[in-house]
Design a protein. Structure first.
Length: 195
């Protein structure tokens, strides 16, 4: 019987802790990391811990694909006493092909929650500089997205309109094949909190 998503998360957590406690090292890390300045700053010990965990995590990702173990977790997002329950890729797991289908299937419920709660708020496209948006502009971007994500603060909503590879969509280097546009709905300008 294959491990579950939650079991894999626990295994990765334990492995990360073991690595940082010095119980795991990778002897060949020095040869793999060829940045002499950072090697001096970080030291062989820290580099070894990072590479040991990274290799272990790659084995977990291979296991997920081999046994079709989802990398998704289910989040509850609350805003003004209402909740949204939706899937999200765990930051240490891989997405299997079926996961992307589940993400795509939840897009409309995330957008419905966004539309309901962002009506009286100002909209902003987040990036290097914040840009004011209209509801129509957000709807156009939503049409292009494959799936949607949501984050909230006490007074603000953050919508992620994502496409491509779920594991790479948050990285600038993955553009344009993968990406995630972030839109804030706030009473005035969005706060500087990083979500």
């Amino acid at each position: 019987m294959a491990y579950t998503t939650q079991q894999l998360i626990s295994i990765l957590d334990r492995e990360m802790q073991a690595g940082w406690q010095g119980k795991r090292i990778l002897l060949s890390a020095k040869e793999r990391f060829n940045d002499p300045v950072l090697s001096l700053v970080l030291g062989h010990d820290k580099i070894s811990k990072v590479y040991a965990y990274r290799e272990f995590r790659e084995q977990i990702h291979h296991y997920q694909h081999q046994y079709k173990v989802s990398g998704l977790i289910w989040r509850t997002c609350k805003f003004k006493e209402e909740s949204l329950f939706y899937p999200e890729l765990h930051n240490q797991l891989a997405a299997i092909p079926e996961d992307k289908e589940i993400l795509q299937g939840s897009k409309e419920s995330v957008l419905r929650f966004w539309r309901q709660h962002s009506q009286d708020l100002k909209l902003w496209l987040l990036g290097k500089e914040q840009q004011r948006m209209t509801v129509e502009m957000v709807e156009e971007l939503a049409k292009e997205a494959e799936w949607a994500e949501m984050d909230t603060t006490l007074n603000e909503l953050y919508l992620g309109l994502c496409w491509g590879n779920p594991q790479e969509c948050r990285y600038q280097w993955a553009m344009p094949e993968s990406g995630c546009r972030r839109i804030a709905a706030a009473p005035n300008e969005p706060s500087t909190i990083k979500i």
